[in-house]
Design a protein. Structure first.
Length: 263
């Protein structure tokens, strides 16, 4: 993998993998994805998990300039080997009773979020993802809604079990934000406190109320413009988190053994 956080100078732009510019490094999109993939595999995840996580890292970097930072904060929580996630919840006959995920490995949202979102998209019951509300919640929704073709809603669940701020992502990658689920015609999170608390509730949005009566926070055109710019000029990343991810990615490569001396 070319480039790296210790390399200074060089040209910037699409023809260069890595270059120093301003207070950060301008890195090609493909290199960010490659470094993220290798770092997650080297940390102990499967190649499938790593590929999904790497896509989220790129999405987060393009949209919010924070994908690499998010991954740097999660690498030490990637479990080595297969450590299953268990589910609990009330009766499957109760439509709005959430499925609660329990992860002994305490994976971060970049690793656990995509599977939780896919589970929410596939069934009528919402899924409670453990953890605090972070910018990665929005990236998870955008990615999963586009992948499954299902509009998805994320609701912050406070420590007392009550609902907080919400994000809705539609299948075309339009994003809406609201202070409560009621803005989207969704009532199940407000009917009663959810236990255990401190999590993110992921659920399908049936759209019975039509398009939300809210201005979109992000549109497909916005996504397209951001990705087009990133592919042309690369992305400026923070040197500290990039050094963490880039350094972890180097462990993906197994050094060759020196050749034995010939007699």
């Amino acid at each position: 993998m070319s480039g790296g956080p210790t390399i200074a100078g060089g040209r910037t732009g699409a023809g260069t993998d890595t270059g120093r510019t301003g207070s950060g490094f301008r890195v090609a999109v493909r290199e960010i994805r490659e470094a993220a993939f290798r770092a997650v595999v080297a940390a102990g995840a499967s190649s499938g998990e790593a590929a999904t996580t790497a896509d989220l890292v790129v999405l987060g970097e393009v949209l919010d300039g924070a994908g690499v930072l998010a991954l740097a904060g999660e690498l030490d929580r990637v479990p080595r080997g297969r450590q299953p996630v268990s589910c609990s919840g009330g009766s499957h006959l109760v439509r709005h009773d959430p499925v609660v995920l329990h992860d002994p490995a305490r994976r971060g949202p970049l690793l656990l979020g995509p599977s939780a979102a896919d589970l929410a998209a596939a069934g009528p019951r919402p899924v409670l993802l453990p953890g605090v509300w972070t910018p990665s919640v929005e990236w998870i929704l955008v990615s999963a809604a586009a992948r499954t073709g299902t509009p998805l809603l994320a609701t912050r669940i406070r420590a007392d079990g009550s609902p907080g701020s919400c994000v809705l992502a539609t299948a075309d990658s339009t994003v809406y934000r609201a202070p409560s689920p009621g803005a989207f015609g969704t009532r199940h999170t407000a009917d009663a406190p959810i236990r255990p608390a401190d999590g993110i509730l992921l659920s399908r949005w049936n759209g019975d109320t039509g398009t939300p009566d809210l201005p979109p926070a992000r549109t497909p055109a916005h996504h397209h413009e951001r990705f087009a710019t990133a592919m042309t000029h690369g992305l400026r990343v923070d040197p500290g988190p990039w050094a963490t991810v880039h350094g972890a990615a180097r462990r993906y490569l197994v050094p060759e053994r020196p050749e034995s001396p010939q007699p």
